[in-house]
Design a protein. Structure first.
Length: 322
C-alpha cells in the first residue's frame, strides 16, 4: 500500500514537471509569433523646391521662369515677379538677389520670377503676352507645384511695374492674351498687383518732368528711348497705338486690388505716372482696393524699396487681399 502511494506521488510530480515545461515552451512560441512593435512616425514634410528655367512657352528661349515653393503640402498663394529694365534688359534672377524671394518664402508664398521677350527681340505686345502666358502655365500646373490657382498676385518694378499693372487691368483682352502661346483654357487674371514706380502713359512722361520743374533730364519722346524701342516707333508718332500699352486704357470694375509705391526723387519715371494710374483706378475700384504711397526722397530703384520694413508693407497687403 505504501509502495503504491509512493509510486502515485512520483507520477504526479513527473506530470507537473512536464506541464511546466510545456507552458514555458508555449509562452516562447507566443512571443516569437507576436509582431514586432512599430514606433509611430511623423509624416514626412514636403521639402521646399527651387526650380530654374521652366519653359512656359516655346516661341522664344526667353520664355522661362524660376519657381520657388515653400516647404509643406500647400497649396500656396503665388507672387509672380516681373523684372524691370526699360523693356530692354533685366533678368528673372533679380528678386532672388534682392532678398525678395527669401522673404516671401518665409511668409508662406510661392514665387515665380518670369523672363519675357525684350524689345531687342520682339516689340509690344510680345512682353505682356509672355507674362499672360506664364500666368496660364502656372495655373495649368498648379497642382503639380502645390500652388493655389485662386490666389495669384503680380509684382513688378519699373518696366515690370507697367507689365503687372497691364496684366491686372487687361484680364480677358484677346489682343493682349497671346492665347497661341499655350494653355488658352486657363485664366491669366490675378487677384492683386504690386506696382513699384512703373510707367503707364508713355506720352506724358516728358511733359510731366517739365511741368513739375524737375531738373531730371527727359528723353522719353526720343526715337531711341526705351518706350520708343518697345513700341517699335517714336511714341509721339502714333499715340493711338501707344495707348494700347497703357494699363489705364483697360480699367474696369473687375480689376484686382492695387498697391502702388513711387519715389518722389525718381528721375527715370516721373511720380505723376503713378498718380495717373491711382486717379483712374480709384473711382472704379474704390478706396479700399487701391493705395498709392509716395516715398519721400527715394530714387528710381532705390535700395530702400527692398528693406525688411518696406517688404513688410507688401506682405501686409498680400495677406489682406489674397
Amino acid at each position: 500500500m505504501k509502495l503504491k502511494t509512493f509510486l502515485a506521488l512520483i507520477a504526479v510530480l513527473a506530470f507537473s514537471a512536464c506541464g511546466n515545461n510545456n507552458t514555458g515552451e508555449s509562452n516562447n512560441d507566443n512571443n516569437s509569433d507576436s509582431p514586432p512593435s512599430v514606433e509611430a512616425q511623423a509624416p514626412t514634410e514636403v521639402p521646399a523646391q527651387t526650380l530654374k528655367d521652366l519653359s512656359y512657352a516655346t516661341v522664344s528661349s526667353a520664355e522661362k521662369l524660376d519657381l520657388y515653393v515653400p516647404a509643406g503640402t500647400g497649396p500656396f498663394p503665388v507672387v509672380i515677379y516681373v523684372h524691370g529694365g526699360g523693356f530692354v534688359h533685366g533678368d528673372k534672377s533679380q528678386p532672388f538677389k534682392q532678398g525678395i524671394v527669401d522673404r516671401m518664402i518665409q511668409e508662406g508664398y510661392a514665387v515665380a520670377s518670369v523672363n519675357y521677350r525684350l524689345s531687342g527681340e520682339a516689340l509690344f505686345p510680345a512682353g505682356i503676352q509672355d507674362i499672360k502666358a506664364s500666368v496660364r502655365w502656372l495655373r495649368a500646373n498648379s497642382q503639380q507645384y502645390r500652388l493655389d490657382p485662386k490666389r495669384f498676385s503680380a509684382w513688378g518694378d519699373s518696366a515690370g511695374g507697367n507689365l503687372v499693372s497691364l496684366l491686372g487691368t487687361s484680364c480677358g483682352d484677346a489682343n493682349l492674351e497671346g492665347a497661341d502661346l499655350g494653355n488658352a483654357e486657363q485664366s491669366s487674371c490675378v487677384q492683386a498687383v504690386i506696382d513699384w514706380y512703373g510707367p503707364n502713359d508713355f506720352l506724358q512722361m516728358d511733359q510731366e518732368f517739365i511741368d513739375s520743374g524737375s531738373t531730371c533730364s527727359s528723353s522719353h519722346n526720343s526715337p531711341n528711348s526705351p518706350e520708343s524701342n518697345y513700341m517699335g516707333f517714336p511714341i509721339q508718332d502714333d499715340p493711338v497705338a501707344v495707348e494700347k500699352a497703357n494699363p489705364i486704357t483697360y480699367i474696369s470694375s473687375g480689376d484686382p486690388t492695387f498697391f502702388i509705391q513711387h519715389g518722389t526723387a525718381d528721375c527715370k519715371v516721373p511720380p505723376q505716372q503713378s498718380q495717373l494710374l491711382y486717379d483712374a483706378l480709384l473711382p472704379v475700384l474704390g478706396a479700399g482696393k487701391v493705395t498709392l504711397t509716395y516715398m519721400d526722397g527715394w530714387e528710381h530703384g532705390d535700395p530702400r524699396f527692398i528693406t525688411p520694413e518696406n517688404l513688410g508693407l507688401v506682405v501686409e497687403f498680400l495677406n489682406q487681399h489674397l
